[in-house]
Design a protein around this ligand. Structure first.
Ligand code: GRG
Length: 299
């Protein structure tokens, strides 16, 4: 089986597991259940639960307590996309090849579906205590990681600075601020995914710290590739060569560093992450290939 087929298979298996945690579409509030479920099943690469499970497997985890956390991280990621697509933020009509949640259900339901997914994620993750009552301390620690990385010291914090930088003309974005935004907005959930995999598998403190550092590099590389893809598609649409003087109104890694240096930095970060992965001595080819796939993806 080639790697592309392998990740397609894993993404399908992950979706089958996640849907088991979705609410039933019944009761007076059934519209919210429908909007939540639509947002999740409509698509997505499932890379965060995939990373979580791959790290968990690498450290020899065997309990089913990983599954509620895999569902929870995808719910939190999906809520962030649902809210990011709202008229008050990016105002996007399409996502994952389909209508965005607010475009399909209306703005109020879009807001509520995001709120509901975030809250439900924690309800689901807490269910890990029922699955693995012998591993309570690890479950508590995994919950802490999840809540912190998703919140104001994580993804939400990064989004706040991003929104402020875009909307206010006097807020000048510096390279330092851009790093902050990327580390939190994109990196934090990737870090949460991988660290939770290590924590639930009872990896050593030293290994957990190393996993967080690897995830941080992959998170940044993932976002740099997002910026590169953005620039490439913009220039393709304009029918101009990449790097011609068309000015994008948004500051990104590429506008600061240029396309060549961005590609070099992306490679450097990925190579460093893979070297660190090798230092565990686990010979995990899947995780290594997944890193390469994520940071060199073409969409
Ligand atoms: C609204 C609190 C709040 C946060 C929003 C996720 C996010 C923060 C904004 C979306 C915009 C963006 C470009 C984020 C960077 C991370 C990123 C590339 C997200 C898309 O993740 P994928 O590619 O999406 O994993 P799928 O659809 O495959 O799940």
């Amino acid at each position: 089986m080639c790697f592309k087929e392998e990740i397609t298979k894993r993404a399908k298996e992950i979706t089958e597991k996640i849907v088991l945690y979705l609410p039933k579409e019944e009761g007076y509030q059934r519209t919210i259940f429908s909007a939540m479920n639509y947002s999740i099943v409509v698509g997505g690469k499932r890379i965060r639960p995939m990373l979580m499970k791959a790290v968990y497997d690498m450290f020899g985890g065997t309990s089913d307590s990983i599954y509620p956390f895999m569902a929870a991280i995808e719910m939190i990621h999906t809520y962030s996309l649902v809210h990011d697509d709202l008229p008050a933020m990016d105002n996007d009509e399409y996502r994952r090849g389909n209508k965005t949640t607010h475009a399909k259900y209306g703005e109020a339901m879009g807001i509520l579906a995001g709120d509901a997914l975030l809250n439900y994620a924690y309800e689901v993750a807490i269910g890990a205590f029922d699955v693995d009552s012998d591993n309570k301390d690890s479950v508590i620690r995994a919950l802490k990681v999840l809540t912190q990385k998703a919140g104001v010291y994580g993804m939400v914090g990064g989004q706040v600075v991003d929104v402020e930088s875009e909307k206010s003309p006097e807020s000048v974005i510096t390279r330092e601020k851009l790093d902050f935004i990327y580390r939190l907005k994109t990196g934090a959930l990737i870090e949460a995914s991988m660290v939770i995999g290590a924590v639930l598998a009872n990896a050593s403190e030293e290994d957990i710290t190393m996993v967080e550092q690897i995830a941080s590099k992959i998170g940044l590389a993932f976002q740099i590739q997002d910026d590169i893809l953005d620039v490439v598609s913009t220039f393709e649409e304009l029918g101009k060569p990449i790097g011609s003087d068309e000015k994008n109104n948004k500051e990104t890694y590429v506008t600061f560093e240029g396309i060549e240096k961005s590609r070099e930095d992306l490679k450097k970060l990925t190579d460093e992450a893979i070297d660190m992965l090798h230092s565990f001595g686990k010979d995990d080819k899947f995780l290594e290939q997944l890193f390469v796939y994520l940071v060199y993806r073409n969409k």
